[in-house]
Ligand binder design. Sequence first.
Ligand code: ADP
Ligand code: ZN
Length: 719
Amino acid sequence: MLQYPHLEQALKYHFGYDQFRPGQRQIIEDALQNRDLMVVMPTGGGKSLCFQLPALLKNGLTVVVSPLIALMQDQVEALRNNNINATFLNSSLNAYKVRSREEAILSGKVKLLYVAPERLLSERFLPFLDLVKEKIGISSFAIDEAHCVSEWGHDFRPEYRQLKSLRKRYPDVPTVALTATATDRVRSDIIQQLGLKQPSIHLASFNRENLYYEVRPKTKYAYAELLELIRETEGSTIIYSLTRKKVDELTFKLQNDKVIALPYHAGLSDEERSSNQTRFIRDDVRVMVATIAFGMGINKPDVRLVVHFDLPRNIESYYQESGRAGRDGEPSRCTIFFSFGDVKTIEWSIDQKTDPQEQLIAKQQLRQMIDYAEGTDCRRTIQLGYFGERFPGNCGNCDNCRHPKPVQDWTIEAMKFLSCVARCKERFGMLHIIDVLRGAKKDKILQYEHDKLSTYGIGKDRTVDEWRMLGRSLLHQGLIEQTSDGYSVLKLNALSWEVMRKQRTVSLAVTTVQKITWEQGSEKAEVAEILLQKLRSLRKQLADEQSVPPYVIFHDSTLKLMVQVQPQNLTEFAKLSGVGSHKLAQYGEKFITEIRAYRQEKGLQNKSVTSVSSPNSSSSYTELQTLQLHQQGLNIAQIAKKRNLSPATVSNHLEKLIEKNQPVDLNQLVPLEHQQKIWQVLEVLGDISLTPIKEQLGESYTFDEIRLVRCKWRRENRK
Ligand code: ADP
Ligand code: ZN
């Protein structure tokens, strides 16, 4: 088994990442100690790696329970692209396929098996699992989306309840439960329902640093702003809208404006929905306009913009929905378009509820949502506070922190507004009051002779939106009331009179329509942009060849690194975060060729082709398999046995790997003092044949040792 200092190496080798995300290392160490674990991390926190890496480092099979077929396929595809042997069993497979996958599992080849809970617990499957345990061992159960076990969660699944029986059947197999659920109640329910034994609990911060949060007023220019947002965003966008009808309308408008967009809602056929989703995931379509039904069960890590064109129902759903942006940690943007009209619509639908308790909760949630939208504090402080996490503010990455809203004195306007309510005898709603203030010539006004009031037309200097903003804020600040009989008639209270008597001032945080220049757009060197586009299309082409989403090949962040570093040989390429051993061998040359061609075109100097980047320098599949076992800590004899090869062949692989600068740990193969001695002899005698070298060194040195050290020596001397 590997020692912990090697965890970073294993991470790089298998997944290509240089560093663990916060929490991951500790969790993995606990998993390697076979502890039960409860992992709570926000979306995009990197939960999967917490069971995937231990699965590779431990003996036996890791069984992953996952609720959705799409999620399983997604993860298995991504793992396979890192040359990790993972598979899934679910209802989409025919009997023949199931059988052959089961055989592969029993032969010990598979490290991770994804299954749905109902299959896992079926009469037919459990005996198979017994057999697996007996023959190759079960290293752990990983319960993904573990909140499904709780009735308090939002997607309770009764099958998850049965998972507790696994505990009874396999008491010595450790269980890892993972969820992004932020509420305490669900968390303790998970521990109890799954019967976790003194679990090590890891609770990450729910702050998503890479997301920029903003709320914009939904004025009549909202659509134009939306269009601009989409155009300046590089990458995928999800736009949430409340109803199917609105989704269809918005999609249509966008398509008319030459934006490649598709709809997603419950009114479409299953086929259409799944085809639209696939086209989005594969980057064939950039914009998805959807009801909130969309997003559960997609893992697309490179969504750059999530827009709520209508107000979200509550803060928790907003957090989860907006959280679908930027799972890969790259800067992404979350925008709400907020209007009081939407509030009205939601209020109306709340009034339709029959259960008074439900009504109460819904109203409270709406209220919190409005407070968030209207709030002038750091958006993170408001959101995280809702989950009981304290955030000091000043995040520098939300609209309120970047562009603090000016607080203005609106006392005079408030007096005008309130006295207008008084003149209209507290019998009308906000829209009518605003019409009177702005001197509108509507039938209703003439009918009630409100054009004769002293307040008629005294508010022409403000727009309808501004008056609404004031009216709404007066309601919020409790300076006026509104009936909840469905008519929303405005009523004065004691505080209103204080304002009118000039005993109280009214201030307002004014949302001005501001054009925010988005960081991504700035300082974008045009040159880099062209190369990035080229690398993107290469990625897309490779992805299409394999029918996988482009992010499975490389993440955006890795492409950006390629543009930055412009690696020109495999050694340099291997160093990029996101490039693991398999992807290096599989795609390295192709991307390097593209980069070199681009540099040539631009008249930039290419480094001379060193032997490292010659075509035969990429390691063969069989060499990489040897490397993988080596990294798991096996010695030459063990690797040979496991792979059914001769020890000489395995040494030969390792030598080649060393020459190609692959991460072979020589200390694992040759004792340090031997290395030093051999090195000295090589320095003195040079690269001569092995026999005289061995004669110099004496009996206790093997030819294998000399050869291995010589490879490293040759590599160093070539530089
Ligand atoms: P979660 O399940 O918590 O939402 P995932 O496991 O899907 O998150 O991880 C989110 C993204 O972050 C994935 O694309 C994953 O490849 C990437 N990722 C995970 N760990 C790391 C890491 N240590 N360094 C860089 N990227 C990582
Ligand atoms: Zn902030």
